[in-house]
Every structure is written in structure tokens, then in C-alpha cells.
Design a protein around this ligand. Structure first.
Ligand SMILES: [Zn+2]
Length: 199
């Protein structure tokens, strides 16, 4: 597993995907789906710590096994298309590739059962050794943490440079506020953002 870079990496990939689709009207939806998918495999951590009492290795759960992701994708393609159309398929595909990205990143400093069910071995490039008692320290003091910091800085840089994304966040926020409590001040804010985004 990676420690902090999953979401920033998901952000970068979702943004790339969105650009290739040129679907700016659904910017926020794409980002939310990408971000959730990029950490979704680690939802098993909750099970790992709370229910399973750490009986099995974290990456042995189905959420970290690629074939399940591909299988569920295949099962959902048709119903999602029926109910949500092309946008639904785009978002479902984004969910799949961001989930797989998570597993690619997990393969850098750990292992993933890429060939399951044909082969139950974990495939990965390096393993982070358990040197320290405190498991977080094992990640912080391993050189792959530099890679994580690089991904995080790149994502932060791109996020802060992205005016249209920041504007979109403000816009969505103001719309929610307006629905809760309409006021001319909020309307003025919306008009201002509108003007800025045309520039
Ligand atoms: Zn993971």
C-alpha cells in the first residue's frame, strides 16, 4: 500500500481522463468518482482492523484483487448504461481505472495478486520491510516515500493552478448555499464567478 499518494494520484488520473473526454460540464462528478475509486480498495482496511482482527494479509481481500474489479465492471456495464447512459459508462470506466491505479501503486512498495485466480502470488517491485514497531514509520523512512511526496506535490501544484476547478468548487458551493438560503449577495457571487470563467 501507499501511504498518502493514492488520492493525489487519483486526482491526476481523473483530471487527465476528463480532459481526454472533454466533458467539463461534469467536472465535479468525474473528480468525486476518481477520488473515491482511488482509495476504494483500502476500504478493506476497516474490515481488516475492526472485524477480521488482522487475520489475513490486507491485500488478500477481494477489494485488492484486480479480477474482481474487472468482473464487477463487466456485470455493471449494461445496467449502468440503461439507467445512466453514456455519462454513466464514462464514470464507471473511470472508477475501474482509478481502482486499478491504486493497485498499480500498491505494487510499487508491496504486492498485488495480479494473476489471481491462475496464480495466487503477490506481484510487486519492492517490499517495505517492517523495521519499526510503529507501522507508519516503516512508510515514512522508506525511500518510496519520496515518490509519494512527488505525486502529492504534483497534484497540489496542478490543483492550485487550475482556476476553472477552483471556480467550479466555489460555484457549486454557492449554489448549495443559495438553495439553503437565497440572497442577493450569493447571486452576485455566482455572477462574478460566471464572468471570471468566461475570461
Ligand atoms: Zn491499497
Amino acid at each position: 500500500m501507499m501511504f498518502i499518494a493514492h488520492m493525489p494520484a487519483g486526482f491526476l488520473l481523473a483530471r487527465r481522463y476528463l480532459k481526454s473526454e472533454r466533458d467539463n460540464a461534469h467536472y465535479i462528478k468525474f473528480l468525486i468518482v476518481g477520488l473515491v475509486a482511488s482509495i476504494a480498495p483500502d476500504f478493506d482496511l476497516a474490515y481488516f482492523h475492526l472485524i477480521d482482527n488482522r487475520q489475513h494479509p490486507h491485500h488478500s481481500y477481494w477489494t485488492h484483487i484486480p479480477i474482481y474489479w474487472v468482473g464487477i465492471y463487466a456485470l455493471l456495464v449494461y445496467p449502468i448504461y440503461r439507467f445512466f447512459g453514456r455519462l454513466g459508462i464514462k464514470l464507471l470506466s473511470l472508477f475501474l481505472i482509478c481502482g486499478l491505479l491504486h493497485m498499480v501503486l500498491d505494487s510499487i512498495a508491496s504486492g498485488i495478486k495480479w494473476l489471481y485466480p491462475f496464480n495466487t502470488d503477490y506481484h510487486g517491485i519492492w517490499r517495505i520491510p517492517a523495521v519499526y514497531d510503529w507501522w507508519v514509520a516503516n512508510y515514512l523512512f522508506h525511500w518510496t516515500f519520496i515518490l509519494e511526496l512527488l505525486i502529492c506535490s504534483l497534484a497540489a501544484f496542478i490543483f492550485l493552478r487550475d482556476r476553472s476547478l477552483l471556480n467550479d468548487f466555489k460555484y457549486q458551493f454557492l449554489i448549495i448555499m443559495y438553495q439553503l438560503r437565497p440572497s442577493t449577495r450569493i447571486l452576485r457571487g455566482l455572477v462574478k464567478i460566471d464572468k471570471e470563467s468566461i475570461k
